[in-house]
Ligand binder design. Sequence first.
Ligand code: NIG
Ligand code: FE
Length: 408
Amino acid sequence: MDDQIIENIGCLLLPNAGPLKGEAMKELPVRHQAALAVKGEQVVWTGSTEEAQTRKAHQRFNAEGKVVSPGLVDPHTHLVFGGSREEELALKQAGTAYLDILKRGGGILSTVRATRQADEQFLFEKARSFAGRMAAYGVTTLEAKSGYGLDEETELKQLSVIDRLNNEGLLDIAATFLGPHAIPPEFKGREDVFLDQMIDLLPVMKGKTSAAFTDIFCETGVFTTEQAARFMEASQRHGFQVKIHADEIDPLGGTELAVQYGAVSADHLVAASAEGIQQLAASDTMAVLLPGTTFYLGKDTYADARRMIQAGAAVALATDFNPGSCVTHNLQMIMALAALKMKMTPEEIWNAVTVNASHAIGMEKTAGRITVGGQADLVLWDIPNYKYLPYHYGVNHARAVWKRGRLI
Ligand code: NIG
Ligand code: FE
C-alpha cells in the first residue's frame, strides 16, 4: 500500500534529464489528469487519475486540477548573515553605485561586521526562518554560501549554520565556501596576501565543513581574473568544485575563466562577452542567472538569456538572496523577472529552476525532477496552468509542498 496518492493533478511537470542546453530547454514534458504515489521519501508511481483509483493508499490528496512540479531548486543564495542594510536604500536612491558603497566600507563589508558580531545560534535561527519561508514558496533544495566572515572563525561559523540547517532536513542545502567575497579594509593594497589566507583556509573548510564548492567575487575593486584563477586552481587541488561570481557589473572575462577551469557554474553574467557566451555554450558550465539582482541594483541591462540559450548554453535561475543586492527569497518573483526582463519562455523558466538548477549545485540525483524511485520533493501550485506562474507575479502561488514525501 502506498503512503499517499496525489490525484486529480491537472498538469504534472516532468522535466527531462539534464543538463538541458539551448534548444533542449524549450521542452517541458507534462502529463494531464495525472496522479502519483509516494511511499516513504520516494515517488513510487506516476500515472493517470483514473489508474490511481485502483491503487490502495493510506492517504489521498486531491490536487483539484491544479499544477504539480518538482520542488524548486535555488542554486545561489547568501542565506546566512547578520544585520540588514536598509540604510543603503537612501544611498542607492541618491545614485550611489553598489561598488562605491562597498569602496566606502559599506555593502558587503557592513554585513561582514554584523556577521562577525553575531553568535552562531542567532545566525542559525535567522537563517532557519528564511529557509522556512523559502520552503513555503516552493523551494525544497538550495545552495548557501559563506562569505560574510572573511576570516576563519566567521566563515566556519556560517558554514556550521548551513550544515546544521541541512541536517535538520527541512531542505537539502549545498554549502559553498565564499571566503574571497570582498577585501577586508585591513588588507587594502595587500589583496594577494588576503587571497593567500583564503587559500590557506581551503583544507580547514574541507576538513571541518560539508562545503563541496568554492566561489569568488571576480569584479572591479574586488578580485581580478588572475586572482580568481589562482583561487580556483587551489580549490580544485583541495578537492572542491568551483563557482564564480562572474561579469556581474564589469566585463572582466570571468565567464571565459569559468569555462577554462571547468566551473560547475558561472553566476550573474550580465556583462558576459559574446565570446564568453560562445565558450559557455560549448562547455559543461551552468549559467546561473540572477535577474533579481539586476532589478534590485536598478540596472536596465539584464543577462542576455536569449543569446545564451540560442548559442546552446544551459541556463539556471536563482534568487541570489542576500542583504544588499537582492533582498528577496522569493524564487517565483525571479521566475517572473526572467520572463519580463530576459524574455525567457515559461518552459525555459521551469527547466531553469528545477533540473538545470539542480545541476548547478551537483544535486541532480535528488532534486529537480519527478521520477519513479526519485526523492518525493513536490509542489502543488494554485494556478490553472504552468504558464500562469511567471505571469501573475509578486505573490506566493505554492499551495502545498512535500519534502522527502512529507507535507511541510
Ligand atoms: O551576488 N556580488 C557579490 N555578492 C553578492 C552580494 C552580496 C552583498 O551585497 O551582500 C551578489 O550580488
Ligand atoms: Fe551572489
